[in-house]
Unconditional design. Structure first.
Length: 158
């Protein structure tokens, strides 16, 4: 902030552009985050724990990974929203491998990013990227989850 302030005083164009970009980013986050956090709160209250455990718990298997990949594809706000959603899923009984898949998928397959990628790289590239990245994501999430479960790892509460 000091750099941006000094840039404004000295008319340093790069610093001024950084300030504009920062302000634009803050405004876009202020448009997305309140609504996302309200939806997360409603999810916490309205969705019963047994439902999440049934579909995303330890016994869900591959079906649980598919559910969270679909959920991550519709998540707006990127990882700013994905981490609170992952915490909520964990508190509702989702398994560690499924949570890891959700966090990875939130970075890999968001719908707006996919449409943008298709328009520039083509549908073939996107299909190949999904065909390679999603199975590797599920496999690595499963391995990480099992390793941490063997060590009795528990996510800490705030």
């Amino acid at each position: 902030m000091v750099f941006i302030g000094v840039s404004l005083l000295t008319a340093f164009e790069t610093g001024i552009m950084m300030g504009r970009n920062l302000w634009s980013f803050v405004l876009s986050m202020l448009k997305i985050l309140p609504g996302a956090f309200i939806l997360i709160g409603l999810f916490e209250v309205w969705v019963p724990r047994r439902l999440v455990e049934k579909h995303l718990g330890e016994a869900a298997g591959l079906k649980g990974h598919i559910w969270v990949i679909l959920l991550a594809g519709t998540t707006v706000g990127g990882l700013y929203v994905a981490f609170p959603v992952a915490y909520t899923l964990q508190s509702k009984g989702a398994g560690l491998p499924v949570i890891f898949t959700y966090l990875g998928a939130a970075g890999i397959c968001r719908l707006p990013m996919t449409l943008f990628e298709i328009s520039f790289m083509g549908p073939e590239f996107t299909l190949v990227r999904y065909a390679v990245s999603l199975p590797l994501l599920v496999l690595s999430s499963h391995i990480m989850g099992k390793i941490l479960q063997k060590r009795d790892y528990q996510l800490s509460s705030p």
